[in-house]
Design a protein around this ligand. Structure first.
Ligand SMILES: Cc1cc2nc3c(=O)[nH]c(=O)nc-3n(C[C@H](O)[C@H](O)[C@H](O)COP(=O)(O)OP(=O)(O)OC[C@H]3O[C@@H](n4cnc5c(N)ncnc54)[C@H](O)[C@@H]3O)c2cc1C
Length: 264
């Protein structure tokens, strides 16, 4: 839709940010509803960041990498967890047109509970690099970047530059389960499990207002997993895509499925 209050469109640059500005990534959310508080859009594509940069220590995903670019990434054979890229991209409720514009960074920054890039980055122990307006940088664990439904750790004028996925996580064995109220509905519960050496990491998103991770020294049995989920007192999300009690129930089922797959 037209954004009637926006007076200027400019290439993004550090030090330029002022009230009434928004960083523009793919624009799939920004242009999907009125934004009366906005006066200027700062186009992040102007930075020209390479979308994906692989190194010995892992994979650097630029915030401006689109979901389609990520889904098409031809990962080396020693990174089996990269199979998650496509599955998480397909978990976004949108057509190929939306996925070819929507960016990894935009998905994290929008901070919807059903953000599949948040799920991916958190599950793979991603680390976010943030750039402040004064040129300083800081790092935040991807599992802690989203703080609630629509909220994140970004300060005014700060932007998400990239997410780094460590090679150790990309080498691990993963299991993915997702459900929604309708066949093509928004994710209502999404659980990703990962073998981490002798241990395991379970990441819950979509059912909760922010990502929650449970870490185990060894793969739990079904009773231990259920007890750990109960004890974690997860912050269940409540909206038209699912009631908290249903999301809690489905998360338990999906988590057990994930555990059983990792145990095979
Ligand atoms: C049909 C449809 C279905 C959708 N389904 C889903 C879904 O299932 N799950 C879901 O999570 N979302 C969904 N969305 C919402 C949205 O499209 C996605 O979250 C998308 O990934 C947002 O990315 P974008 O690049 O288009 O962000 P934009 O729309 O460009 O930006 C989103 C917000 O993030 C800010 N931002 C973007 N990049 C940065 C950055 N690098 N640093 C700081 N701030 C930044 C922007 O200023 C803006 O506030 C859907 C949208 C549509 C139209």
């Amino acid at each position: 839709m037209d954004l009637g209050t926006v007076e200027e469109f400019a290439p993004a640059a550090l030090g330029e940010w002022q009230p009434g500005d928004a960083w523009l990534a793919g624009g799939t959310w920004l242009f999907s509803e009125p934004q009366p508080q906005l006066r200027r859009l700062l186009d992040l594509q102007a930075f020209g960041w390479p979308p994906l940069t692989a190194g010995d220590d892992g994979l650097e995903i630029a915030a401006t990498c689109t979901l389609t670019e990520l889904a098409r990434y031809a990962a080396p054979a020693e990174w089996p967890a990269a199979a998650l890229f496509r599955r998480c991209c397909e978990a976004l409720l949108g057509s190929f047109k939306v996925r070819s514009l929507a960016t990894v960074g935009g998905n994290l920054c929008l901070a919807l509970p059903a953000g599949p890039m948040t799920a991916l980055a958190a599950a793979l122990d991603g680390v976010c690099t943030l750039w402040a307006a004064d040129g300083t940088q800081r790092s935040v664990r991807a599992s802690e970047f989203v703080t609630g439904n629509g909220t994140n750790v970004l300060r005014p004028g700060e932007l998400l530059r990239s997410v780094h996925l460590p090679a150790s996580a990309l080498r691990s064995e993963m299991a993915f389960r997702r459900t929604s109220l309708s066949p093509h509905g928004r994710s209502a519960a999404l659980v990703i499990g990962r073998r981490d050496g002798a241990g395991a990491v379970l990441t819950v998103t979509a059912a909760t207002v922010r990502p929650v991770q449970l870490r185990f020294d060894r793969l739990p049995d079904a009773e231990e997993l259920a007890a750990a989920l109960d004890a974690a007192a997860l912050p269940w999300h409540d909206d038209v895509h699912g009631l908290p009690a249903w999301r809690a129930h489905m998360t338990g089922l999906l988590a057990e499925d994930v555990r059983a797959e990792l145990a095979r």
